[in-house]
Design a binder for this molecule. Structure first.
Ligand code: AMP
Length: 221
C-alpha cells in the first residue's frame, strides 16, 4: 500500500507520446496527471495575468521562467494533497531544468518519493510525429494523425497546436537535449528507461508494466 506521495516524472522529447501515455495511465491506474504544457497553455488561452506574461515564450517554444512554472506545479500538488486525491502523481513536462528539480524536491517536503521514467525516441521520428499530430479543441485528446475533416470522438474540432511548427520543434528538441542530460544526472539512480519506438499501444504497455512493477494500484474496471 502506497501512502505517502509518489511522484513519477515522465521524461522524453516532445512527441515521444508522453501525453497519450499519461492519458491512458490515468484511465488504468489510480494516479493524477499534471502536464505543465497543458496548464501553461490554459493560462495563455484564459488570458490570465500569468498567461499574458508567458504567451510569447510558450508560442516560441522556449522555456518559461523556472519560478513561474514551479509556482504553478506547487499549487497543483498542494491541491491534490488537500483534496485527498490519489497519492501518485504523474508529472508530464516538469521538471525540465535542475533548478525546477530542486524546487520540486523542496516544496514536496520529505514525505514523498520521486522517480523518473524516460521514454526514448530518436529525433527524426519525433519531428515527423509532432508535425502530423492534432489535438481536440474541446477535450484535448491527442491524435497521431488524422484524415481531412476528421473530428474528435467527442465531436470537437481537431487542430494543430500553435507550437507544433517545424521551427519550434527544432528549438524544443535542442532545449530538451540540453536539459535532459542535467536532469538524468540529478536523478541518476532513480531513472527508468522505456523504449519509445513502435506503436503507441506497445510503448504504453511497457510503461504500464513498469507501473505495475512499482506496485501502483490499477483502477477497478
Ligand atoms: P509541452 O506541452 O510540455 O511541450 O510544453 C509546451 C510549452 O510550455 C513549452 O515549449 C514551454 O514553453 C512551456 N513549458 C511547459 N513545461 C515547462 C517547464 N517545466 N518549464 C518551462 N517551460 C515549460
Amino acid at each position: 500500500m502506497l501512502e505517502s506521495l509518489l511522484i513519477i516524472i515522465l521524461l522524453g522529447p516532445p512527441g515521444a507520446g508522453k501525453g497519450t501515455v499519461a492519458q491512458r495511465l490515468v484511465e488504468d491506474f489510480e494516479v493524477q496527471h499534471m502536464s505543465t504544457g497543458d496548464m501553461l497553455r490554459a493560462e495563455v488561452s484564459g488570458r490570465t495575468e500569468l498567461g499574458k506574461q508567458i504567451e510569447d515564450t510558450v508560442k516560441e517554444g522556449k522555456l518559461v521562467e523556472d519560478t513561474l512554472v514551479s509556482a504553478v506545479v506547487k499549487t497543483g500538488i498542494d491541491k491534490i494533497r488537500t483534496d485527498g486525491l490519489p497519492k501518485v502523481i504523474v508529472l508530464d513536462g516538469y521538471p525540465r531544468t535542475e533548478d525546477q528539480a530542486r524546487s520540486l524536491s523542496e516544496f514536496t517536503g520529505r514525505d514523498r518519493k520521486i522517480l523518473v521514467v524516460v521514454i526514448d525516441v530518436p529525433d527524426e521520428e519525433v519531428s515527423a510525429r509532432i508535425l502530423g499530430r492534432r489535438i481536440c479543441t474541446v477535450c484535448k485528446k491527442v491524435y497521431g494523425s488524422v484524415e481531412p475533416g476528421q473530428r474528435c470522438t467527442c465531436g470537437g474540432e481537431l487542430i494543430q497546436r500553435s507550437d507544433d511548427t517545424e521551427e519550434t520543434v527544432k528549438v524544443r528538441l535542442n532545449t530538451y537535449h540540453t536539459q535532459q542530460a542535467a536532469l538524468s544526472q540529478y536523478y541518476r539512480e532513480r531513472v527508468g528507461q522505456i523504449n519509445g519506438v513502435g506503436p503507441i499501444n506497445e510503448v504504453y504497455k511497457r510503461v504500464a508494466d513498469y507501473f505495475l512493477g512499482l506496485g501502483i494500484k490499477k483502477r477497478r474496471q
